[in-house]
Design a protein around this ligand. Structure first.
Ligand SMILES: *Cc1c(COP(=O)(O)O)cnc(C)c1O
Length: 382
Protein backbone atom coordinates (compact mmCIF):
# COMPACT_ATOMS: atom_id res chain seq x y z
CA UNK A 1 0.00 0.00 0.00
CA UNK A 2 1.19 3.54 -0.70
CA UNK A 3 2.11 5.92 2.13
CA UNK A 4 -0.96 7.18 3.97
CA UNK A 5 -2.19 10.71 3.25
CA UNK A 6 -2.89 12.54 6.52
CA UNK A 7 -5.92 14.76 6.83
CA UNK A 8 -3.87 17.73 7.97
CA UNK A 9 -0.29 18.69 8.63
CA UNK A 10 0.53 22.08 10.18
CA UNK A 11 1.93 24.80 7.96
CA UNK A 12 5.68 25.16 8.52
CA UNK A 13 7.50 27.75 6.39
CA UNK A 14 11.02 26.97 7.64
CA UNK A 15 12.00 30.21 9.38
CA UNK A 16 10.01 29.55 12.56
CA UNK A 17 12.92 28.20 14.62
CA UNK A 18 15.14 31.13 13.68
CA UNK A 19 12.54 33.64 14.89
CA UNK A 20 11.78 31.56 17.97
CA UNK A 21 15.51 31.75 18.83
CA UNK A 22 15.33 35.50 18.33
CA UNK A 23 12.42 35.68 20.78
CA UNK A 24 14.46 33.71 23.33
CA UNK A 25 17.49 35.97 22.79
CA UNK A 26 15.27 39.03 23.25
CA UNK A 27 14.47 37.75 26.74
CA UNK A 28 10.86 38.68 26.04
CA UNK A 29 8.62 35.64 25.72
CA UNK A 30 5.47 36.82 27.52
CA UNK A 31 2.69 38.64 25.67
CA UNK A 32 3.19 42.11 24.23
CA UNK A 33 6.75 41.78 22.92
CA UNK A 34 8.24 42.74 19.55
CA UNK A 35 6.86 39.72 17.67
CA UNK A 36 3.37 40.34 19.02
CA UNK A 37 3.70 43.87 17.71
CA UNK A 38 4.90 42.77 14.26
CA UNK A 39 2.24 40.06 13.83
CA UNK A 40 -0.51 42.45 14.99
CA UNK A 41 0.63 45.09 12.52
CA UNK A 42 0.89 42.64 9.62
CA UNK A 43 -2.65 41.48 10.34
CA UNK A 44 -4.03 44.95 10.97
CA UNK A 45 -2.64 46.25 7.68
CA UNK A 46 -3.65 43.11 5.75
CA UNK A 47 -7.20 43.31 7.12
CA UNK A 48 -7.66 47.05 7.07
CA UNK A 49 -8.55 46.90 10.78
CA UNK A 50 -8.33 49.53 13.55
CA UNK A 51 -6.44 47.11 15.81
CA UNK A 52 -5.55 43.43 16.05
CA UNK A 53 -4.87 41.82 19.43
CA UNK A 54 -3.16 38.43 19.50
CA UNK A 55 -4.83 35.94 21.84
CA UNK A 56 -4.19 32.42 23.06
CA UNK A 57 -6.89 31.09 20.69
CA UNK A 58 -9.83 32.05 18.51
CA UNK A 59 -11.98 30.85 21.40
CA UNK A 60 -10.33 33.41 23.69
CA UNK A 61 -10.91 36.13 21.07
CA UNK A 62 -14.60 35.14 20.89
CA UNK A 63 -14.80 35.34 24.71
CA UNK A 64 -13.30 38.83 24.54
CA UNK A 65 -15.87 39.74 21.88
CA UNK A 66 -18.67 38.53 24.18
CA UNK A 67 -17.28 40.71 26.98
CA UNK A 68 -16.89 43.71 24.67
CA UNK A 69 -20.51 43.29 23.60
CA UNK A 70 -21.38 43.41 27.34
CA UNK A 71 -23.42 40.23 27.02
CA UNK A 72 -25.32 39.61 30.25
CA UNK A 73 -27.34 36.63 31.46
CA UNK A 74 -30.55 36.44 29.48
CA UNK A 75 -29.32 38.37 26.44
CA UNK A 76 -29.84 36.47 23.21
CA UNK A 77 -27.09 35.77 20.65
CA UNK A 78 -27.69 34.30 17.19
CA UNK A 79 -25.12 31.71 16.08
CA UNK A 80 -25.00 29.05 13.36
CA UNK A 81 -25.66 25.46 14.36
CA UNK A 82 -23.17 24.43 11.65
CA UNK A 83 -19.93 25.51 13.37
CA UNK A 84 -17.29 24.62 15.88
CA UNK A 85 -18.50 24.53 19.51
CA UNK A 86 -16.79 27.69 20.73
CA UNK A 87 -18.55 30.04 18.27
CA UNK A 88 -21.53 29.44 20.57
CA UNK A 89 -19.85 28.52 23.86
CA UNK A 90 -17.89 31.79 24.13
CA UNK A 91 -21.19 33.69 24.31
CA UNK A 92 -23.02 31.13 26.45
CA UNK A 93 -20.23 31.38 29.08
CA UNK A 94 -21.07 35.06 29.38
CA UNK A 95 -24.68 34.07 30.15
CA UNK A 96 -26.16 34.42 26.65
CA UNK A 97 -29.18 32.41 25.60
CA UNK A 98 -28.39 30.94 22.18
CA UNK A 99 -30.59 31.10 19.09
CA UNK A 100 -29.48 28.76 16.32
CA UNK A 101 -29.78 29.93 12.72
CA UNK A 102 -29.74 27.50 9.82
CA UNK A 103 -27.29 27.82 6.91
CA UNK A 104 -27.79 28.43 3.21
CA UNK A 105 -27.16 25.34 1.08
CA UNK A 106 -24.74 27.20 -1.24
CA UNK A 107 -22.53 29.21 1.18
CA UNK A 108 -22.95 26.85 4.17
CA UNK A 109 -23.24 30.05 6.21
CA UNK A 110 -26.11 31.87 7.96
CA UNK A 111 -27.77 34.73 6.09
CA UNK A 112 -30.20 37.60 6.40
CA UNK A 113 -32.94 35.14 5.37
CA UNK A 114 -32.19 32.57 8.10
CA UNK A 115 -31.33 35.09 10.83
CA UNK A 116 -34.14 37.66 10.44
CA UNK A 117 -36.87 35.40 11.95
CA UNK A 118 -34.74 34.98 15.11
CA UNK A 119 -34.27 38.69 15.76
CA UNK A 120 -36.01 40.68 18.48
CA UNK A 121 -34.92 43.36 20.97
CA UNK A 122 -33.19 40.82 23.23
CA UNK A 123 -30.59 39.93 20.55
CA UNK A 124 -27.25 41.57 21.40
CA UNK A 125 -25.07 39.92 18.74
CA UNK A 126 -25.17 37.95 15.49
CA UNK A 127 -22.14 35.71 14.93
CA UNK A 128 -21.64 34.37 11.39
CA UNK A 129 -18.94 31.86 10.44
CA UNK A 130 -17.51 32.17 6.93
CA UNK A 131 -17.32 28.43 6.35
CA UNK A 132 -14.24 27.53 4.30
CA UNK A 133 -13.80 31.29 3.87
CA UNK A 134 -17.02 31.54 1.79
CA UNK A 135 -18.59 34.86 2.84
CA UNK A 136 -21.78 34.29 4.86
CA UNK A 137 -23.89 37.16 3.52
CA UNK A 138 -21.93 39.90 5.36
CA UNK A 139 -23.89 42.75 3.75
CA UNK A 140 -27.30 41.20 4.49
CA UNK A 141 -26.32 40.44 8.09
CA UNK A 142 -24.94 43.97 8.52
CA UNK A 143 -28.40 45.24 7.50
CA UNK A 144 -30.18 42.96 9.98
CA UNK A 145 -27.90 44.06 12.81
CA UNK A 146 -28.07 47.76 11.92
CA UNK A 147 -31.86 47.67 12.12
CA UNK A 148 -31.55 46.73 15.83
CA UNK A 149 -30.59 48.82 18.83
CA UNK A 150 -27.51 47.75 20.75
CA UNK A 151 -26.66 44.73 18.59
CA UNK A 152 -23.24 43.82 17.18
CA UNK A 153 -22.05 41.82 14.18
CA UNK A 154 -19.18 39.60 15.35
CA UNK A 155 -17.58 37.49 12.61
CA UNK A 156 -15.97 34.18 13.53
CA UNK A 157 -13.42 34.34 10.74
CA UNK A 158 -11.37 31.29 11.75
CA UNK A 159 -11.54 30.01 8.15
CA UNK A 160 -11.43 33.15 6.04
CA UNK A 161 -8.15 34.93 6.74
CA UNK A 162 -7.02 36.94 3.67
CA UNK A 163 -10.05 36.08 1.53
CA UNK A 164 -11.87 39.09 0.07
CA UNK A 165 -15.36 39.97 -1.08
CA UNK A 166 -15.65 42.79 -3.63
CA UNK A 167 -12.18 43.97 -2.70
CA UNK A 168 -12.83 44.06 1.08
CA UNK A 169 -11.19 41.58 3.44
CA UNK A 170 -13.52 38.96 4.91
CA UNK A 171 -13.97 39.77 8.60
CA UNK A 172 -13.95 43.55 8.13
CA UNK A 173 -17.71 44.23 8.13
CA UNK A 174 -18.47 43.28 11.75
CA UNK A 175 -17.54 45.61 14.61
CA UNK A 176 -15.32 42.70 15.69
CA UNK A 177 -14.02 39.53 14.08
CA UNK A 178 -11.84 36.68 15.28
CA UNK A 179 -9.04 34.53 13.83
CA UNK A 180 -7.55 31.16 14.74
CA UNK A 181 -3.91 30.11 14.50
CA UNK A 182 -4.58 26.58 15.70
CA UNK A 183 -2.43 24.03 13.86
CA UNK A 184 -5.36 23.03 11.66
CA UNK A 185 -5.65 26.55 10.21
CA UNK A 186 -3.82 28.10 7.22
CA UNK A 187 -1.37 30.06 9.37
CA UNK A 188 -0.52 28.67 12.77
CA UNK A 189 1.61 28.87 15.87
CA UNK A 190 0.21 25.67 17.42
CA UNK A 191 -2.45 27.36 19.52
CA UNK A 192 -3.26 31.02 18.97
CA UNK A 193 -5.81 33.51 17.72
CA UNK A 194 -6.60 37.17 17.30
CA UNK A 195 -9.33 39.66 17.97
CA UNK A 196 -9.75 42.00 15.00
CA UNK A 197 -11.26 45.33 16.00
CA UNK A 198 -12.91 47.19 13.11
CA UNK A 199 -14.74 49.78 15.23
CA UNK A 200 -12.39 52.25 16.89
CA UNK A 201 -14.66 52.62 19.93
CA UNK A 202 -13.78 49.08 21.10
CA UNK A 203 -10.00 49.38 20.87
CA UNK A 204 -9.23 50.72 24.33
CA UNK A 205 -11.52 48.37 26.25
CA UNK A 206 -10.26 45.39 24.21
CA UNK A 207 -6.75 46.16 25.40
CA UNK A 208 -7.97 46.30 29.03
CA UNK A 209 -9.72 42.92 28.74
CA UNK A 210 -6.55 41.40 27.27
CA UNK A 211 -4.43 42.94 30.03
CA UNK A 212 -6.33 41.11 32.82
CA UNK A 213 -8.70 43.99 33.45
CA UNK A 214 -5.96 46.60 33.92
CA UNK A 215 -5.15 49.83 32.11
CA UNK A 216 -1.58 48.64 31.52
CA UNK A 217 -1.67 49.69 27.84
CA UNK A 218 -2.51 53.28 28.75
CA UNK A 219 0.29 53.20 31.31
CA UNK A 220 2.81 51.98 28.70
CA UNK A 221 1.64 54.71 26.31
CA UNK A 222 2.24 57.27 29.09
CA UNK A 223 -1.42 58.30 29.52
CA UNK A 224 -1.54 57.35 33.24
CA UNK A 225 1.30 57.28 35.78
CA UNK A 226 0.54 53.85 37.24
CA UNK A 227 -1.60 50.97 36.15
CA UNK A 228 -4.46 49.52 38.07
CA UNK A 229 -7.51 47.26 37.93
CA UNK A 230 -10.29 49.00 35.99
CA UNK A 231 -12.60 46.38 34.40
CA UNK A 232 -13.22 42.69 33.75
CA UNK A 233 -10.83 40.65 31.60
CA UNK A 234 -8.50 37.68 31.68
CA UNK A 235 -5.05 36.56 30.65
CA UNK A 236 -5.86 36.46 26.94
CA UNK A 237 -2.51 37.49 25.42
CA UNK A 238 -0.39 35.19 23.23
CA UNK A 239 3.21 34.48 24.30
CA UNK A 240 5.78 36.35 22.19
CA UNK A 241 7.53 33.00 21.59
CA UNK A 242 4.41 31.80 19.76
CA UNK A 243 3.96 35.19 18.09
CA UNK A 244 7.47 34.68 16.62
CA UNK A 245 6.24 31.50 14.87
CA UNK A 246 3.28 33.43 13.54
CA UNK A 247 5.46 36.28 12.24
CA UNK A 248 7.57 33.75 10.34
CA UNK A 249 4.42 32.51 8.60
CA UNK A 250 2.76 35.88 8.01
CA UNK A 251 5.94 37.13 6.30
CA UNK A 252 5.35 34.22 3.86
CA UNK A 253 1.69 35.05 3.43
CA UNK A 254 1.76 35.06 -0.37
CA UNK A 255 3.64 31.80 -0.78
CA UNK A 256 1.44 29.97 1.75
CA UNK A 257 -1.72 31.23 0.05
CA UNK A 258 -0.53 30.52 -3.46
CA UNK A 259 0.49 26.95 -2.58
CA UNK A 260 -2.89 26.31 -1.01
CA UNK A 261 -4.78 27.96 -3.84
CA UNK A 262 -3.02 25.93 -6.48
CA UNK A 263 -3.73 22.68 -4.61
CA UNK A 264 -7.37 23.69 -4.27
CA UNK A 265 -7.55 24.48 -8.00
CA UNK A 266 -6.03 21.10 -8.79
CA UNK A 267 -8.64 19.30 -6.67
CA UNK A 268 -11.40 21.23 -8.40
CA UNK A 269 -10.14 20.53 -11.90
CA UNK A 270 -9.74 16.81 -11.19
CA UNK A 271 -13.02 16.38 -9.34
CA UNK A 272 -15.49 19.03 -10.51
CA UNK A 273 -16.93 17.40 -13.64
CA UNK A 274 -16.86 13.73 -12.62
CA UNK A 275 -18.38 14.55 -9.23
CA UNK A 276 -21.16 16.60 -10.78
CA UNK A 277 -22.00 13.67 -13.10
CA UNK A 278 -22.25 11.38 -10.06
CA UNK A 279 -24.63 13.75 -8.23
CA UNK A 280 -22.07 15.33 -5.88
CA UNK A 281 -21.36 19.03 -5.40
CA UNK A 282 -18.26 20.91 -4.24
CA UNK A 283 -19.06 24.00 -2.15
CA UNK A 284 -17.18 26.98 -3.55
CA UNK A 285 -16.98 30.66 -2.98
CA UNK A 286 -19.54 33.22 -4.21
CA UNK A 287 -19.16 35.69 -7.14
CA UNK A 288 -16.90 38.61 -6.22
CA UNK A 289 -15.06 36.65 -3.53
CA UNK A 290 -11.56 35.22 -3.55
CA UNK A 291 -10.87 31.92 -1.83
CA UNK A 292 -9.12 31.59 1.53
CA UNK A 293 -8.11 28.07 0.40
CA UNK A 294 -8.78 26.79 3.89
CA UNK A 295 -10.43 23.45 3.24
CA UNK A 296 -11.70 21.22 0.44
CA UNK A 297 -15.04 19.53 0.86
CA UNK A 298 -17.46 17.49 -1.18
CA UNK A 299 -21.19 16.99 -0.63
CA UNK A 300 -22.22 13.40 -1.29
CA UNK A 301 -25.72 12.67 -2.58
CA UNK A 302 -26.62 10.78 0.61
CA UNK A 303 -25.55 10.04 4.16
CA UNK A 304 -24.87 6.40 3.40
CA UNK A 305 -22.68 7.23 0.38
CA UNK A 306 -20.69 9.76 2.44
CA UNK A 307 -20.04 7.23 5.19
CA UNK A 308 -19.15 4.47 2.76
CA UNK A 309 -16.66 6.84 1.07
CA UNK A 310 -15.11 7.77 4.43
CA UNK A 311 -14.62 4.09 5.22
CA UNK A 312 -13.26 3.24 1.81
CA UNK A 313 -10.76 6.12 1.86
CA UNK A 314 -9.58 5.23 5.38
CA UNK A 315 -9.09 1.67 4.15
CA UNK A 316 -6.65 2.86 1.47
CA UNK A 317 -4.80 5.15 3.88
CA UNK A 318 -6.51 8.44 3.01
CA UNK A 319 -7.75 10.38 6.01
CA UNK A 320 -10.89 12.20 4.97
CA UNK A 321 -13.36 13.32 7.63
CA UNK A 322 -16.83 14.78 8.32
CA UNK A 323 -17.78 18.31 9.46
CA UNK A 324 -19.58 19.67 11.74
CA UNK A 325 -21.76 17.81 14.25
CA UNK A 326 -24.72 20.28 14.55
CA UNK A 327 -24.92 22.33 17.75
CA UNK A 328 -28.68 23.00 17.85
CA UNK A 329 -29.55 19.45 18.93
CA UNK A 330 -26.37 18.73 20.91
CA UNK A 331 -26.59 18.32 24.70
CA UNK A 332 -24.63 21.55 25.28
CA UNK A 333 -26.62 23.50 22.72
CA UNK A 334 -30.04 22.37 23.98
CA UNK A 335 -29.02 23.38 27.53
CA UNK A 336 -28.06 26.88 26.43
CA UNK A 337 -30.82 27.81 23.98
CA UNK A 338 -34.25 29.26 24.67
CA UNK A 339 -36.19 26.58 22.77
CA UNK A 340 -35.71 23.69 20.35
CA UNK A 341 -34.49 24.80 16.94
CA UNK A 342 -34.99 23.11 13.62
CA UNK A 343 -32.04 23.55 11.23
CA UNK A 344 -32.81 21.16 8.37
CA UNK A 345 -30.04 22.34 6.02
CA UNK A 346 -27.45 22.02 8.80
CA UNK A 347 -28.63 18.50 9.63
CA UNK A 348 -28.59 17.48 5.97
CA UNK A 349 -25.19 19.02 5.13
CA UNK A 350 -23.50 17.63 8.24
CA UNK A 351 -24.53 14.13 7.14
CA UNK A 352 -23.35 14.50 3.55
CA UNK A 353 -20.17 16.58 3.83
CA UNK A 354 -16.82 14.93 3.31
CA UNK A 355 -13.62 16.89 3.94
CA UNK A 356 -10.62 15.77 1.92
CA UNK A 357 -6.97 15.91 3.05
CA UNK A 358 -5.69 19.43 2.49
CA UNK A 359 -2.63 21.20 3.90
CA UNK A 360 0.00 23.69 2.78
CA UNK A 361 2.77 21.17 2.09
CA UNK A 362 0.58 18.63 0.37
CA UNK A 363 2.13 17.50 -2.92
CA UNK A 364 0.36 17.49 -6.25
CA UNK A 365 0.90 13.73 -6.32
CA UNK A 366 -1.00 13.42 -3.04
CA UNK A 367 -3.88 15.48 -4.43
CA UNK A 368 -3.91 13.31 -7.54
CA UNK A 369 -3.99 10.15 -5.46
CA UNK A 370 -6.84 11.35 -3.22
CA UNK A 371 -8.86 12.44 -6.26
CA UNK A 372 -8.25 9.16 -8.10
CA UNK A 373 -9.19 7.02 -5.08
CA UNK A 374 -12.32 9.09 -4.46
CA UNK A 375 -13.47 8.67 -8.06
CA UNK A 376 -12.65 4.96 -7.98
CA UNK A 377 -14.64 4.55 -4.77
CA UNK A 378 -17.61 6.38 -6.28
CA UNK A 379 -17.49 4.09 -9.30
CA UNK A 380 -17.53 1.03 -7.07
CA UNK A 381 -20.24 2.29 -4.74
CA UNK A 382 -22.74 3.85 -7.11
C1 LIG B 1 -10.88 26.47 14.67
C2 LIG B 1 -12.16 27.19 14.92
C3 LIG B 1 -12.44 27.79 16.17
C4 LIG B 1 -11.59 27.61 17.38
O1 LIG B 1 -10.29 28.06 17.22
P1 LIG B 1 -9.25 27.90 18.41
O2 LIG B 1 -8.13 28.80 17.98
O3 LIG B 1 -8.87 26.46 18.46
O4 LIG B 1 -9.91 28.37 19.66
C5 LIG B 1 -13.61 28.53 16.29
N1 LIG B 1 -14.46 28.67 15.26
C6 LIG B 1 -14.22 28.09 14.07
C7 LIG B 1 -15.20 28.28 12.96
C8 LIG B 1 -13.09 27.31 13.87
O5 LIG B 1 -12.88 26.71 12.70
Amino acid sequence: MQAPVPFNSPTIVGTESELLSAALSNRHISAGGPFTKEASELLRDGLDAKAVLLTTSCTAALEMAAMLARIEPGDAVVVPSFTFVTTALAFARQGAVLRFADIEPDTLGISQRTVAPLIDESVRAVVPVHYAGIPADPVGLRNVVDAQNDCLLIEDNAHGLFAELDGRPIGSIGELSTLSFHETKNFSCGEGGALVVNDESFVERAQVLLDKGTNRARFIQGHVDKYTWVDTGSSFGLSDALAALLVAQLRERDSVLSKRRSLETRYRSLLGDPLAKAGFTMPSTVPGASTAAHLVSVLAPSYSVRDALLNYLRGVGIHATFHYVPLHDSVGGLDRSDREYDCPVTTDVSQRLLRLPFFTDMTQAQVDRVAAELLLAIDKLL
